[in-house]
Design a protein around this ligand. Structure first.
Ligand code: AHG
Ligand code: MN
Ligand code: MN
Length: 336
């Protein structure tokens, strides 16, 4: 990947006018996400220290340091977007219901809603493995100037105007799309700026990595079992390599760079898999498609699924196009 000196701030300004609904509002929104991500990044990076040097009790005097990080991340993203008064509503994995933002000008003029998984892969925090944040942005469908309604959030993924993730990894990156390709920015922690390090990211059409929690193998549908066996078969460029971090963001990020497929299928234990359509699968699907990849529930395009509830789960197969096509083929053949 070529390295540039362009910062995220400069990139946003330069590309603002090319965005079809350009009013600066979306740019301000991405800006506030980048700011909140820096704060969360700082907290994630010292996760181990809190227990070592923090107060021994459950709560310290501020009651903040010992909050679970996913609650902390949730609060930071919501606070940042609320304080800056740039969205009209937020839905989060950590909130039962959506949040209505009361615009300070009393007219609720903002037109975007954000759906967010504030901390993805949170079971990896305690063991110092990469975690992430996923976000998805829509234009509201109800009239501007009125409180947001559930239908503003229950939109098909094809309606997304922006989506992205932050990966708190060996370096921290913000990767996002506004429907014109995918760009990745790496945080320089010494300076506090993100630099365009991965312009125009693309999934290789073919890949050699498959990522799935194989502990659930016996519970998977026939088609997925058959596809896994295909990945393991000694033939041509196979067997493929198995890599599963257990943080969707990290598994996706690696597969996009190296070529691979991520699967969280339905199983006999969970009929719709585990991942949530609105703030995990749809944003990742939008990024995947913008990066020449593909995302499917095994039968249909993720972004065409009609959402029925905020925390709805769907089976998720995503990655290099030819690999996802192949997995779908196995799903179809298993039915016939
Ligand atoms: P979250 O931490 O937001 O609840 O998401 C965790 C998700 C996803 O990131 C990961 O790929 C998957 O759960 C792992 O699930 P299993 O442990 O069942 O494999
Ligand atoms: Mn998640
Ligand atoms: Mn989460």
């Amino acid at each position: 990947m070529s390295q540039t000196n362009q910062t995220l701030g400069e990139f946003i300004i330069e590309n603002q006018t090319s965005f079809k609904y350009s009013s600066g509002e979306l740019s301000r929104l991405i800006n506030s996400i980048r700011l909140a991500a820096k704060v969360v990044n700082h907290e994630v990076n010292k996760a181990g220290l809190v227990d070592i040097i923090g107060n021994a009790g459950d709560t310290n005097i501020q009651g903040e340091d010992q909050q679970k990080l996913d609650v902390y991340a949730n609060d930071k993203f919501i606070q940042t977007m609320t304080n800056r008064n740039i969205v009209c509503g937020i839905a989060s994995e950590e909130e039962d219901d959506f949040i209505t933002i009361n615009s300070q000008d009393e007219n609720h003029q903002n037109k975007y809603v954000v759906l967010i998984d504030p901390l993805d892969g949170s079971s990896n925090i305690d063991v110092n493995v990469s975690v992430g944040t996923i976000f998805s942005v829509y234009r509201r469908v109800t009239p501007v100037g009125t409180p947001v309604q559930i239908e503003d959030f229950l939109q098909k993924g094809v309606n997304q105007v922006a989506a992205g993730y932050i990966i708190y990894g060996t370096s921290t990156m913000l990767v996002y799309t506004t429907g014109d390709g995918v760009n990745g920015f790496t945080l320089n922690p010494a300076i506090g700026s993100y630099y365009l390090s991965h312009p125009n990211m693309q999934f290789p059409e073919d890949g050699r990595i498959y990522s799935v929690n194989e502990g659930n193998y016996t519970h998977f549908p026939r088609g997925i079992k058959d596809y896994i066996k295909y990945c393991q078969k000694e033939e041509g460029d196979r067997p493929y390599t198995s890599r599963y971090i257990g943080s969707l963001v990290s598994d996706f990020h690696r597969n996009m760079i190296k070529g691979g497929i991520y699967m969280y299928p339905k199983s006999s234990k969970s009929s719709n898999g585990k991942l949530r359509l609105l703030y995990e699968c749809n944003p990742m699907a939008f990024l995947a498609e913008q990066a020449n990849g593909k995302a499917s529930d095994g039968y249909m395009r993720i972004m065409e699924i009609e959402p029925t509830e905020l925390h709805q789960r769907v089976p998720f197969i995503c990655g290099s196009k030819n690999m996802v096509d192949k997995a779908e083929e196995f799903m179809k053949n298993a039915e016939s």
